[in-house]
Design a protein around this ligand. Structure first.
Ligand code: URA
Length: 190
């Protein structure tokens, strides 16, 4: 089976998931988007309203801002895959509950097992605390690299934070340019 087929099979399972309460209020299961053979994955927190309505991650205001940063840093959607820790939207975009993360994380783990990226970039504190370190401090540690087994991990600010605090835009661009340099250096293009 190709990665595309494997992801489709997992998506079909995810769409029927009732492991936590969030299935009661979802419009769509927001599984992921991008290249199924990507060497680089970006992982956010959870779908917001637009993502829930359209079924794809990072399609709302935060996603549009993220796309502008990708263009500025030269990161192409052709070479990446984007997903979230939670596949269903928490009501009023509240933070994911630990119990919801526990229910949902196996879907992300399986996405990672299928895609087998070399690099994972966490978008924001919540993803960084789940993927890199429960005590991760995004303000202090964003842009630093952590090697965990075969995976190179890093985190950047969540684009929704930049909408609230544009003073952090410069640091975000710097981090994404460094990520792009690492992608080029490691030849992580598909
Ligand atoms: N914020 C996230 O963390 N993920 C999305 O998909 C959209 C907004």
């Amino acid at each position: 089976m190709t990665n595309e087929e494997k992801l489709k099979e997992l998506y079909d399972k995810c769409k029927k998931c009732t492991k936590c309460e969030l299935h009661n209020t979802r419009t769509n299961c927001v599984f992921g988007k991008g290249n199924p053979n990507a060497r680089v994955m970006f992982v956010g927190e959870a779908p917001g309203e637009n993502e829930d309505l359209q079924g794809y991650p990072f399609v709302g205001r935060a996603g549009k801002l993220l796309d502008r940063f990708f263009v500025a840093a030269g990161i192409s959607h052709d070479n990446i895959y984007i997903a979230n820790i939670l596949k269903c939207r928490p009501p009023k975009n509240r933070d994911p509950l630990p119990s919801e993360e526990e229910c949902c994380i196996e879907y992300l783990r399986e996405q990672v097992r299928i895609i087998k990226p070399y690099m994972i970039v966490c978008l924001g504190r919540i993803a960084a605390q789940v993927i890199i370190d429960p005590n991760y401090r995004i303000t202090k540690e964003h842009g630093t690299w952590v090697q965990k087994g075969d995976l190179l991990l890093t985190a950047v600010y969540h684009p929704a934070l930049l909408l609230r605090d544009p003073r952090k835009n410069e640091e975000m661009l710097k981090d994404l340019v460094a990520i792009k340099e690492k992608i080029d250096e490691m030849d992580l293009k598909v």
